[in-house]
Design a protein around this ligand. Structure first.
Ligand code: PRX
Length: 660
């Protein structure tokens, strides 16, 4: 583990407006501090109070935190509830019942609205269809769906019957899908014939077929296919059924299956520092509690808000702030099927205007690419749309650089809307360190302070707390309800990855961070392991290396590092030794393309290396260790100032200079 030093030079501070402070749930720093103090003074009482106030329990809990088998913490363990009932049924008989739950805008701009009542009926009906096909409590169901109302219905229906969903992002390959089906032992797949993105019809079901044809997926008994478009797709008799078929005759009444608070609500795979993605397992009660509370706290949700989180349901952000949080909080939300650049890069702004969006939550990569687009084409600049409906902006997934923050604040938020830079992870279930719109003075590029109840800290490699101003390792010193419970099927890896012995039982986030010397604000300095963040997507360098060397006819060895990129945050740079002679010119370009296409097939297009460099070997020490630090310098195009005398073959550096 290495730590990263501070380079912060940011003096601008934006306090909340008086009006926002007055109206907010947590209005002002005194209110924030009071909540933090409540959590400090009576940790369990704090969480118990919120769990009672925010969730509907079928059987009330009497235990709060069970620490008897650390780090396998349990929360509200003797309580029982159902997540779907807490998102839908609980609104029946309240003004929310007939409120719009989802404003769905399709890729082509078609808008459909669904009320909470209708959503409950549709989730129940699909839940009944799942049950009719033998899917039951405790089963795993793989969801490979486009961003649609049906995607949310699939997840909610699983939750309703107590099945554990495992959503795989629609951009992942057949191979990635097959690995996740096998690892989770899924009994069914919920997918669509096609997905529509940027005016293109892209296959989904065909990729599921390909995954199953790879073998090892015998646990799958049923494939449910949502007919997103009218184009036919291949169907296997007996195994594959369309939504229309399975929904026929199913009742819209499906009593929710009551589960224990610790029942696994979902498993979501994410990249780690080995080649194999980790199945992050979340529990029902604690996860849902934090999804609901952070909607109220971080976004200060109001009855009239139109909330829009642009994340895909295939990522944790789409789980917590599309499929669960907004519904548990009774919000009206926008779900968008398409991409921000189609039909042009003004799509987000146009949609905010059209739907009178009030809270907009997106990723720095999207902001940076839209800044770039508006610099070359005035017509897609946000100033061309009426964005006055907005009151809060959010950022998630990667550090937001101060320039992008300022642009977002000025041009999208009209210098009126606080920007909440939310730091969190797949493993944390919900926000961890974030400003509160009615309380926290904002500093561009800083995620500011931990939410009340989240005991974040910065330590050295022995777990000792560091003073403000010193960069170190980000940890969470106490468990919290929405934390990862285990890695599916690999409790040892869970312990080793997140609770290493040397860190005093603290949760290791995997990021470096520094607290501001004056105000104690946190700033995330980036991953301290072999995980890259490309466009806000987590990618393991080892995962990409394994994919490259799996091309056994061509690749002898590969090393992958990240380098900074203006738009995507980090870019993937692969150093490759081929089994043939060193290629040059067009031949090298052709091989680089072949390798990119290969990685897209092995993992998905998001893992394609941006840069590929070929060498006859890789820079290694005499003891055979790849010199990754040197590769990182090469990838950045830096002058090599490091000592290369220990390098086995210094001449290699000139070969590796050429990017394809
Ligand atoms: O490195 C941090 C970065 O994204 C990682 C988590 O990635 P993932 O599990 O895919 O979840 C992304 C969506 C929550 C973190 O370890 N990260 C996330 N949010 C921020 C961030 N880095 C800096 N600032 C953030 N706001």
């Amino acid at each position: 583990m290495s730590t990263i030093e501070s380079v912060l030079v940011e003096n601008r501070v934006f306090p909340p407006s008086e009006a926002m402070q007055k109206a907010a749930r947590i209005g002002g720093m005194d209110a924030y501090n009071a909540l933090c103090k409540e959590a400090e003074d009576d940790f369990q009482g704090f969480w118990a109070r919120h769990a009672r106030e925010n969730l509907v329990w079928d059987k009330p809990f009497t235990q709060v935190l069970d620490e008897s088998n650390k780090p396998f913490y349990k929360w509200f363990a003797d309580g029982q509830l159902n997540a779907s009932a807490n998102c839908l049924d609980k609104h029946v008989g309240t003004p929310v019942e007939n409120k719009t739950a989802i404003i769905f805008e399709a890729d082509d701009g078609t808008v459909t609205k669904v009320t909470y009542r209708e959503l409950l009926d549709r989730v129940s009906q699909f839940a009944n269809a799942l049950k009719a096909h033998g899917v039951k409590k405790g089963d795993r169901v793989l969801v490979y769906m486009p961003m649609t109302v049906e995607g949310v219905i699939a997840m909610q229906a699983c939750a309703r019957i107590g099945a554990t969903h495992s959503v795989v992002f629609g951009g992942f390959s057949a191979k990635a899908l097959q690995e996740r089906i096998i690892d989770g032992g899924a009994v069914a797949v919920i997918t669509a014939n096609y997905q529509l993105r940027g005016g293109k019809e892209l296959p989904l079901k065909a990729i599921v077929d390909e995954a199953l044809a790879m073998g090892g997926c015998e646990s799958i008994k049923n494939i449910f296919v949502f007919e997103r478009t009218s184009t036919a797709c291949a169907m296997v008799a007996g195994r594959d059924k369309t939504f229309t078929e399975v929904l026929k005759g199913q009742s819209t009444d499906c009593p929710p299956e009551v589960v224990d608070a610790e029942h696994p609500l979902f498993v979501l795979y994410t990249s780690g520092s080995t080649g194999k993605p980790k199945g992050v397992q979340h529990a029902t009660g604690g996860y849902l509690l934090w999804a609901k509370m952070t909607m109220d706290w971080t976004f200060d949700l109001r009855a009239g808000d139109i909330f829009w989180c642009t994340a895909d349901i295939g990522w944790i952000t789409g789980h917590t702030y599309v499929a669960y949080g907004p519904l548990a909080a009774g919000a009206t939300q926008i779900i968008f099927e398409g991409v921000p650049t189609y039909p042009n890069a003004g799509r987000f702004w146009q949609m905010i205007e059209k739907h009178r969006c009030t809270i907009f939550y997106t990723a720095p990569t999207a902001i940076r690419s839209l800044i770039k687009a508006s610099e070359t084409d005035e017509k897609v600049h946000p100033k061309n749309w009426d964005l006055t409906s907005l009151r809060i902006l959010g950022s998630v997934g990667e550090p937001i650089n101060p320039e992008a923050w300022m642009w977002y604040y000025r041009n999208v938020g009209g210098e009126r809307c606080p920007v909440v830079d939310t730091f969190w992870q797949t493993e944390t279930g919900g926000h961890m360190i974030t400003p509160l719109p009615g309380a926290t003075p904002l500093v561009p590029g800083s995620c500011t302070l931990p939410l009340p109840g989240i005991m974040a800290g910065i330590v050295d490699e022995a777990g000792n707390e560091l003073p403000n101003g010193a960069g170190g390792i980000l940890v969470v010193k106490k468990p919290w309800p929405s934390m990862i419970r285990t890695i599916w099927g690999d409790p040892e890896r869970f312990k080793k990855s997140y609770f290493p012995d040397e860190l005093k039982g603290y949760y290791l986030a995997g990021d470096g961070a520094v607290r501001d010397a004056q105000n104690g604000y946190f700033r995330i300095t980036g991953r301290i392991d072999d995980v890259l963040n490309v466009s806000g997507h987590r990618m393991g360098t080892m995962e990409i290396e394994s994919a490259l060397v799996a091309k056994t006819d061509l690749v002898a060895e590969a090393a992958v590092v990240g380098r900074p990129d203006d738009v995507t945050g980090e870019a993937i740079c692969a150093f490759v030794v081929l089994k043939r002679s060193l290629p040059h010119g067009d031949e090298a370009k052709a091989i680089a393309k072949e390798l990119r296409d290969w990685v897209a097939k092995e993992i998905g297009p998001i893992a394609k290396p941006k840069d590929i460099r070929f060498g006859e070997n890789l820079p290694k020490t005499r003891s055979g260790k790849i010199m990754r630090r040197l590769l990182r310098s090469l990838a950045k195009g830096e002058q090599i100032t490091q000592d290369t005398s220990t390098l086995e073959n210094p001449a290699i550096l000139t070969q590796l200079d050429q990017t394809y």
